[in-house]
Design a protein around this ligand. Structure first.
Ligand code: ATP
Length: 381
């Protein structure tokens, strides 16, 4: 399918949306600054209620913004009607017309918003259906289709309009886990093929990590970080992002700094002078963060080794999640699936300094993990 479209750089300038909930102000989106580049796949992610859908609905024109501007390729569209915005939205509930065939569902938007001839519409419906591999289903009604097929029809309805921007609001959350993984890849491939600016809303950090060119993380209406998935994973700007991105979540331990030592209720961790020197003076309460996959098994006598009691062991196959008690808190350790550890064991663990994160009392990251990317081994022809 040939896709004719204009550029599509979308800019949000201090976008704010305040709802009036029976006399109480609810700040759903708080001065959000965000630029989505032309052709980019940007995932807007965050916990329930953080303002993702409201942001998307403001961009689509379904919600009137309180303050701030929305620009598409420099054109101010803040007050434009939805149909003047050249955007197509795909929702979680596919909202297909039940009495119409797949063919009519896909072509309906074109029929009412363009002056294309019947033949031109038929051609576009058929090439869109081919692209989505639903051409066999064109004469069926929605109730005869599986959830995945219905979602493809909903995508078809958006694609056929050749918009400048796709807006997707949790489009896969009604599908079972296996289909969701498959559709995730398909949507990514389609988006790459069509190269259309896409904003994809989800609360699922795995979806965000795997699909986004970049991800924007929201909490309580405020933007926490925008970056590539790996930037957000390795270099979270704050504790919220550190805990939200990555699964299982990062472990956090409250410590008090004493010179080069971090003193926790159950252990002491000695920092190298180099790291200690880089910490701002006056930061006494520090949270030590370490991802489950970065904790190493150690000998009790090793430097900085921490003694733990294993409470639960969850084998996943490739890896095993081991829940350990340090003081009165449970932490997660991810070990190789072939490592034999049982509930009730006492094990020592270590937190390699290059992998630890440190956060100040306000949650800002003072130190992140040091990452050196490796090139793959040379491939022989
Ligand atoms: P979810 O993943 O649960 O859909 P979300 O991140 O998309 O969450 P929004 O639906 O954008 O969050 O809601 C953001 C905040 O705005 C929430 O506190 C919500 O209760 C509030 N809100 C949303 N719509 C309205 C409305 N029409 N009137 C009043 N408050 C609203």
């Amino acid at each position: 399918m040939r896709y004719n479209r204009d550029m599509g750089e979308l800019r949000l300038d201090e976008l704010t949306k305040i709802f009036d909930d029976r006399g109480t102000e609810v700040v759903a989106v708080d001065e959000l600054d965000l630029t989505v580049r032309d052709g980019e796949f940007l995932v807007l992610v965050g916990p329930s209620g953080c303002g993702k859908s409201t942001t998307l609905r403001c961009i689509a024109g379904l919600e009137r913004v309180t303050t701030g501007r929305i620009r598409l390729d420099g054109r101010d569209i803040t007050d434009a009607k939805p149909k003047e915005r050249d955007m197509a939205m795909v929702f979680q509930n596919y909202a297909l017309y039940p009495h119409m065939t797949v063919r009519k569902n896909i072509g309906y938007g074109l029929k009412i918003t363009t002056d294309l001839s019947k033949d031109e519409i038929r051609e576009r419906v058929e090439s869109t259906a081919e692209l989505l591999e639903i051409d066999e289903l064109l004469d069926k009604k929605p109730k005869e289709l599986s959830g995945g097929q219905q979602q493809r029809v909903a995508l078809g309805r958006a694609i056929i309009r050749e918009p400048e921007v796709f807006l997707m609001d949790e489009p896969l959350s009604n599908l079972d886990a296996k289909l969701r993984t498959q559709m995730r890849t398909e949507i990514q491939q389609l988006q790459q093929e069509m190269n259309v600016t896409t904003i994809y809303v989800t609360h699922d950090q795995t979806e965000a990590m795997t699909m986004g060119d970049r991800i924007a993380i929201l909490d309580a209406g405020e933007l926490q970080q925008v970056g590539t998935p790996l930037e957000c994973y390795h270099s979270p700007e704050n504790r919220f992002v550190a805990g939200f991105i990555g699964s299982p979540s990062m472990n956090f331990m409250e410590t008090r700094r004493d010179g080069t030592s971090l003193v926790h209720d159950a252990f002491e961790y000695d920092l190298s002078e180099r790291t200690a020197d880089r910490l701002p003076v006056g930061t006494d309460r520090l949270t030590l963060g370490i991802r489950p996959e970065h904790i190493e098994l150690a000998e009790r006598s090793d430097r900085n080794a921490v003694a733990t009691d294993v409470s639960v062991v969850e084998p996943m196959g490739e890896v095993t999640y081991v829940y350990v008690e340090i003081g009165d808190t449970t932490y997660t350790v991810s070990v190789d699936g072939e490592t034999r550890i049982d509930a009730g064991d006492e094990i020592a663990v270590a937190f390699p300094e290059e992998k630890i994160h440190l956060f100040d009392e306000g949650g800002a990251a003072l130190k992140n993990s040091d990452v050196t990317e490796r090139a793959p081994p040379q491939q022989r022809p």
